[in-house]
Design a binder for this molecule. Structure first.
Ligand code: KG4
Ligand code: ZN
Length: 359
């Protein structure tokens, strides 16, 4: 089914058109970075207003580049995310589907991230999802490994405090490097010594959380160290001194060390056919290079999607919607609900572990 995908869960307004075989026909994003940058973070009310203004513009653009006249399915992110932003997207998609008598599906944002490694931007069809997939989702809101097996997905671990991308953003804000911080810290870290500083890994005491992440202690250590040795915010953020670059490089190396720490054990335990990565932090150069090297050394296929498919986008929402529709799922456009928190957690398997309804 030719699908219109709509994603407005956070601060990117995204619209995509996907052919029935999962090939991306257009993948449009209207970035709100400039609107939120003065506040060093996303302002929910501004985000919702921006979505409202941007959606009709993106839709007209999608119509010109991929044609909307023969759309057969509308897929929209229904959660989790900022509730005002989600309501704009779900209301827009519901009205669009209702007015044209098109089937509608609501998609969980995380399902989108889980299917994104199987998409490409070169016009190729989506890759069929293998039986068992292990995917790291690392973004401004999430840091978890997910297991996709037998068509169902579940989280294998989580962060106990900040998400990986959030820590990049908070450190960048403290250094005076602007928002969002991930790409800038990544760039500056290339000029530093990643072994100049070492940070003690957190200990998570309870046995169930042995593989969980925790990044907030690292954030505090990096900010305190920087304040002590160079003073924060940096007097000239356009040219940080060498000790600051060394600290950023050591920070990036540590985040990547910790993100990759559970990999061996999870691969041994679940023997996935492929390992995927998604979320904004999946654009991190060191994470990509080390994951690729790990895959080569261990003979495991690692899927590194292009940057436009790792950050929030609507192509991944269109694809997740197609997979749900294939299972016969449809939403009543008058009743589609948006949810701010991870609602799929409510669905649990026999052992009480959270699962996605379907994927
Ligand atoms: O997936 P995404 O676009 O939105 C969320 O769902 O959060 O991820 C955005 C996050 C931000 O925290 C941003 O700083 C981070 O991903 N990010 C990076 C890089 N590019 C984006 N973090 C580290 N290195 C990067 N190259
Ligand atoms: Zn995301």
């Amino acid at each position: 089914m030719k699908t219109l995908g709509i994603e407005t869960s956070c601060d990117e307004t995204a619209v995509a058109v996907m052919a029935g075989d999962g090939s991306v026909r257009c993948n449009l994003v209207s970035s709100q970075v400039a609107a939120h940058a003065p506040y060093l973070g996303v302002v929910p009310e501004l985000a919702a207003r921006h979505h409202l203004e941007a959606l009709p513009v993106l839709l007209a653009q999608a119509d010109r580049s991929a044609g909307l006249g023969d759309i057969e399915l509308v897929a929209v992110t229904s959660g989790p995310g900022l509730i005002g932003s989600l309501l704009v997207g779900t209301s827009f998609a519901s009205s669009y589907a209702w007015a044209r008598c098109l089937p509608l599906v609501g998609v969980d944002h995380l399902e989108g991230h889980l299917v994104s490694p199987f998409l490409s931007l070169d016009g190729a069809p989506a890759r069929p999802t293998p039986e068992t997939v292990l995917t790291l989702v690392a973004s401004g809101g999430h840091s978890s490994y997910f297991l996709l097996a037998g068509g169902r997905a579940r989280a294998l671990n989580r962060t106990r405090d900040d998400a990986a991308g959030e820590v990049f953003d908070k450190i960048a804000a403290a250094f005076g490097l602007g928002y969002p911080g991930g790409p800038r810290v990544d760039e500056l870290a290339d000029a530093g010594n990643p072994r100049a500083f070492s940070f003690k890994a957190p200990r998570i005491k309870d046995a169930t959380g042995a593989l969980d992440f925790s990044f907030s202690g690292l954030k505090t250590m990096v900010i305190r160290t920087a304040d002590a040795i160079v003073g924060l915010p940096l007097p000239d953020p356009s040219a940080p001194p060498q000790p600051a670059l060394d600290l950023l490089a050591s920070f990036r190396r540590t985040v990547v060390d910790w993100l990759l720490a559970p990999l061996e054990e999870l691969v041994a335990r679940y023997t996935p056919d492929v390992v995927g990565v998604s979320g904004g932090v999946a654009g991190n150069r060191e994470l990509r290079a080390r994951l690729a090297a790990w895959g080569r050394q261990n003979g495991v296929e690692v899927l590194l999607p292009p940057l436009a498919l790792t950050t929030d986008n609507a192509a991944m929402i269109a694809r997740a919607g197609q997979l749900r529709a294939e299972h016969g799922e449809r939403e009543d456009p008058r009743r589609l609900r948006a949810y701010a928190r991870a609602a799929w957690k409510a669905a649990a398997d026999a052992k009480g572990r959270p699962v996605f309804p379907r994927l």
